[in-house]
Design a protein around this ligand. Structure first.
Ligand code: CAA
Length: 381
C-alpha cells in the first residue's frame, strides 16, 4: 500500500476485504454461469453500510470518504466484478447525483432506501443510437401540469431489471442539444415504465444489463432532478465519480488475477522446477505489479482530490483510462501464465479476463477518456 491510510480507512478496507473473500467470493464462479443477480451479497453489503457509503448519516448513509469507498469497491471487485458494478453505479452515480443535485425532499425520500439497499439504483442515459454522444438521445419528457410524460427507450442499463429507482435522462427541449436534456428520478412500478430485453454478455454475467422502456410514463415534476435542462451536466458530473469507480473495479480484478497467477506459478512445475523460478515469468509479475501500483496511485490521487472538493474531471478520466487498460493487460498475462488451464473454467482467470473487457467501454470508452484529457490539455487557460 503506497497511500498512507487513516485508521478509519484501514478499518473499512480490512472489514470489506474479509467480507468479500469470505462471503462474496464463494458464489462468484457459479453466479457467472447461472447469471443469478447478487441480491444476497447486496443485502449484506447494505447492512455493512456499503450501499450508501458516501451518503451522510443524516440521510441514512455511512458518511465515508472517497478513499474508503474505492478501497471497499476494489475489494468487492476482487471477488465478484458483477457485484462490484452494481455497487459502483448505485453509489458513485445514483446516490452521489441525488446528494449533489437533489432537493431536500428528494434526498429524504430516496437516499434512505438507497443506503438501506431497499432500492438498487440505475443510471439511464444511453439509448440505442446515443452512446458516446448522449446528446443524440430521442427520449422525450413533455410537461403536463404537475407531471412530465416520458416516452423512449434506454439501452445497456446496468441493473435495469433489478433496480428500484433509476435516474433517467430525456429531452425536455428537442431544439437544443445538451441544454435540452433533463434528468428524472423514476421509481420501478411507475405505470408506463417497463424492462425490455436483457443482454447476453461476454462478462459481468450476474449483473443484468437491459433496455428500459417508457411509454407515456407519468412522472411527478417533484422528481425532476436539478433544473430543467441540467440533465447533461448532472450526467457528466455523475460519470466523473463513476469513472473513479471503474478505476477501483479495474484494480480489484487486476489484483485478483495477479494473486491467482503468483499462487499458480509457485505450484506449477515444468522442466524440473516451479514456473515461478523462470525469469521470464518473474518479469511478467514485475510488470503486472508496476501496472497495478501505477493505477492505484492514480485512483488514490483522484479520490483524494474529490475528497478535498477539487474539480477532478480530467483526473478521473486519466485514472479510468489507465486502470481499465491496465486490467486488460494484467488479466491477459494471467491467462498466459496459467497456460492451457487459464483458458478453461477450472480456474478463475478466464472470468477475470471476460469481466474486465467492458471496463474500457462503459462509463465512457477509452477514446472518450482521451477526448476529455486532450481537451483539458489544449484548452485556453
Ligand atoms: N462536469 C460538469 N460539466 C461538464 C462536464 C463535467 N465532467 N463535461 C461537460 N460538461 C459541461 C460543459 O462544461 C458544457 O457546459 P456549457 O454548455 O455550460 O458550456 C456542457 O457540459 C457540454 O460539454 P461538451 O461540449 O464538452 O459536451 P460534448 O457533447 O462535446 O461531450 C463528452 C463531452 C465528454 C464526449 C461526453 O459526451 C461524454 O462523456 N460521453 C461519454 C458518455 C458516457 O460516458 N456514457 C456512459 C454511459 S453510462 C454507463 O456506462 C453506466 C453504466 O450503467 C455502467
Amino acid at each position: 500500500m503506497l497511500y498512507k491510510l487513516t485508521e478509519e480507512q484501514d478499518m473499512i478496507w480490512t472489514m470489506v476485504r474479509d467480507f468479500s473473500r469470505e462471503v462474496v467470493a464463494v458464489k462468484a464462479a457459479e453466479r457467472d454461469k447461472t447469471k443469478e443477480f447478487p441480491i444476497d451479497n447486496l443485502n449484506q453489503m447494505a447492512e455493512l453500510g456499503l450501499m450508501g457509503m458516501m451518503v451522510p448519516p443524516e440521510y441514512g448513509g455511512s458518511g465515508s470518504d472517497t478513499i474508503s469507498y474505492v478501497l471497499a469497491l476494489s475489494e468487492i471487485a476482487y471477488s465478484c466484478a458483477s457485484t462490484a458494478v452494481v455497487m459502483s453505479v448505485h453509489n458513485s452515480i445514483v446516490c452521489e447525483s441525488i446528494l449533489k443535485y437533489g432537493t431536500e425532499e428528494q434526498k429524504k425520500k430516496f437516499l434512505k432506501p438507497l443506503a438501506a439497499g431497499k432500492y438498487i439504483g440505475a443510471f439511464a442515459l444511453t439509448e440505442p443510437q446515443a452512446g458516446s454522444d448522449p446528446t443524440l438521445q430521442k427520449m422525450t419528457a413533455v410537461k403536463d401540469g404537475d407531471y412530465y410524460i416520458l416516452n423512449g427507450t434506454k439501452r445497456f442499463i446496468t441493473t435495469g431489471e433489478n433496480c428500484g429507482l433509476a435516474i433517467v435522462t430525456a429531452k425536455t427541449d428537442k431544439s437544443q442539444k445538451h441544454k435540452g436534456i433533463s434528468a428524472f428520478l423514476v421509481e420501478k412500478g411507475t405505470p408506463g415504465f417497463t424492462v425490455g430485453r436483457r443482454e447476453e454478455k461476454l462478462g459481468l454475467c450476474a449483473s443484468d444489463t437491459t433496455d428500459l422502456i417508457f411509454e407515456d410514463c407519468k412522472v411527478t415534476a417533484a422528481n425532476l432532478l436539478g433544473k430543467e435542462g441540467a440533465g447533461f451536466k448532472i450526467s457528466m458530473t455523475g460519470l466523473d465519480g463513476g469513472r473513479i469507480g471503474i478505476a477501483a473495479q479495474s484494480i480489484g480484478v487486476a489484483k485478483a488475477a495477479f494473486d491467482a497467477s503468483v499462487q499458480y506459478a509457485k505450484e506449477r512445475e515444468q522442466f524440473g522446477k516451479r514456473i515461478a523460478d523462470f525469469q521470464g515469468i518473474q518479469w511478467i509479475f514485475a510488470d503486472m505489479k508496476v501496472d497495478i501500483e501505477a493505477a492505484s496511485q492514480l485512483m488514490f490521487s483522484v479520490a483524494a482530490a474529490k475528497d478535498r472538493g477539487e474539480r477532478y474531471t480530467t483526473q478521473a478520466s486519466i485514472a479510468k483510462l489507465f486502470a481499465s487498460e491496465m486490467v486488460n493487460r494484467v488479466t491477459a498475462k494471467a491467462i498466459q501464465i496459467f497456460g492451457g488451464y487459464g483458458f478453461t473454467k477450472e480456474y478463475p482467470v478466464e472470468r477475470f479476463y471476460r469481466d474486465a473487457r467492458v471496463f474500457t467501454i462503459y462509463e465512457g470508452t477509452s477514446e472518450i477518456q482521451r477526448v476529455v484529457i486532450s481537451r483539458d490539455i489544449l484548452k485556453d487557460k
